[in-house]
Design a protein around this ligand. Structure first.
Ligand code: ACO
Length: 402
């Protein structure tokens, strides 16, 4: 039992809400999410329309600047990003220091943090709008390069410089897959599917990583530092790391003979400590609208690329079994965005350990928009309270008497 006197603070009683299940941390005008009805909108625009008709960089503009750009504004935005895709040559040397087995998320987080050391003006507490603008452009441009190179590094392949004639997604695929010795042509089906995936991941209101970005940024740490903190928060298997775990789970089911019922039973067993990865969501108590879109894109892209991936069939039957099981029905556990995204990444030849990096690439504009809104609204430093449940006052015991 908690001593009631410990719930009091100087202004009244403290609210205890571990995991912030029902605590609003901010007022935000970026993303609307109705978890009961499975609705997601960026700046008022339904995710289904954006996924179908927009492009990733247009969505990035929308999230960050709160308006759909005119053609001229979009062209200028893209052109600025294209001009900043190179990273400082000295940063290339950092890649030599990571062990070959380094997880690309670790590389991504530390390289983004390292960017701040090359742009020390980003540390100032009072930022000029032009400096903020430049930092935003630099991040959007350079994170793509850093992400692709983290993969090249893990393979021991030579790093490929960005190509300014290519679109954002084409350029990313080029840096990931081109080799200096061969001609590389980007498959438009793959580039379009990647663009859609990035749109679907672009923001999701006050999730763990966005809240981390806001919290780190609330101390007026630089935007680079705040984004690096967000990458670290995304890395965990309960958040962005789930997409990697989904594929590993599906592969395990395949290796064990395709018995999806067994996996569902295991996920229900509270002693097993195992969860059905890609299922359930803190806010969605209905279908995650992004999962619906990705499932359709998955079918279409695999068809167009002529790929027959048995993991897609396993995923579909797993979904069917789980959605007809009272455990999942009662708890309103539905497939989330991560459930089908890994299958698409596989179709694009993106290796499993890069999945969460892909998520980070998509989430970047959302993190930036969240950080910008927090700073523009002059929010105070985030500093939650606690209910102290430790020892009462006691006297220090010298080590010789213990
Ligand atoms: N498999 C089995 N049981 C589950 C699952 C799951 N995937 N998810 C939730 N449950 C159960 C819990 O055991 C709990 O059961 P109980 O009421 O009998 O104790 C109940 O459903 C509620 O779960 P909580 O953990 O309280 O829900 P919370 O909102 O804290 O967690 C989370 C949400 C972390 C997403 C959870 O559903 C989960 O771990 N899912 C698997 C990991 C995953 O896919 N993460 C990606 C989320 S989407 C994203 O970050 C982009």
């Amino acid at each position: 039992a908690i001593d009631i006197s410990r719930l009091r603070n100087e202004t009244g009683y403290i609210t205890l809400d571990t995991g912030y299940k029902n605590t609003g941390s901010t007022k935000s005008a970026i993303t609307f999410l109705d978890g009961e009805n499975g609705i997601l909108r960026y700046r008022g625009y339904p995710i289904e329309q954006l996924a179908e008709q927009s492009t990733f960089l247009e969505v990035a503009y929308l999230l960050i600047y709160d308006k759909l750009p005119t053609q001229k504004e979009l062209d200028q935005f893209i052109s600025k990003i294209t001009q900043h895709t190179l990273i400082h040559e000295d940063m290339m040397k950092f890649y030599e220091g990571y062990p070959s087995k380094a997880h690309p998320m670790g590389v991504l987080a530390s390289m983004i943090s390292a960017l701040s050391t090359f742009y020390p003006e980003s540390h100032k507490s009072e930022l000029h709008p032009d400096e903020v603008e430049l930092t935003i452009i630099r991040l959007l441009a350079k994170v793509s390069t850093i992400a692709a190179w983290s993969y090249k590094k893990s393979k021991g392949f030579p790093l490929m410089y960005p190509q300014n004639r290519l679109s954002y997604t084409e350029n990313f695929l080029h840096m990931m897959f081109a080799q200096p010795t061969e001609e590389f042509k980007v498959n438009p089906v793959v580039a379009n599917a990647l663009d859609t995936l990035l749109i679907l991941h672009a923001d999701h209101e006050q999730n763990c990583s966005a809240s981390t970005v806001r919290m780190a940024g609330s101390s007026h740490a630089s935007l680079y530092a705040a984004i690096s903190a967000g990458v670290c928060a995304l890395w965990g298997p309960l958040h962005g790391g789930a997409n990697q775990q989904v594929i590993e789970m599906l592969q395990r089911i395949q290796a064990e003979g395709g018995n999806v019922e067994k996996m569902v039973e295991k996920a229900k067993d509270k002693d097993s400590d195992f969860r059905l990865m890609g299922f359930g969501h803190r806010v969605y108590k209905n279908f995650d609208p992004r999962a619906r879109i990705i499932k359709d894109v998955c079918d279409k892209v695999l068809n167009e690329l002529g790929i027959d991936d048995p993991l897609l069939d396993i995923a579909k039957s797993l979904e069917e079994v789980a959605l007809n099981d009272s455990y999942f029905v009662e708890r309103k556990l539905y497939p989330n965005v991560d459930f089908y995204s890994g299958i698409l990444y596989r179709a694009m030849n993106i290796p499993t350990e890069m999945f969460t990096v892909m998520f980070a690439l998509g989430r970047l504009p959302g993190w930036i928009a969240q950080w910008k809104e927090m700073r523009d609204n002059k929010e105070p430093i985030s500093r939650p309270r606690q209910i102290y449940v430790g020892a009462n006052e006691r006297d220090y015991v010298p080590i010789s008497d213990r």
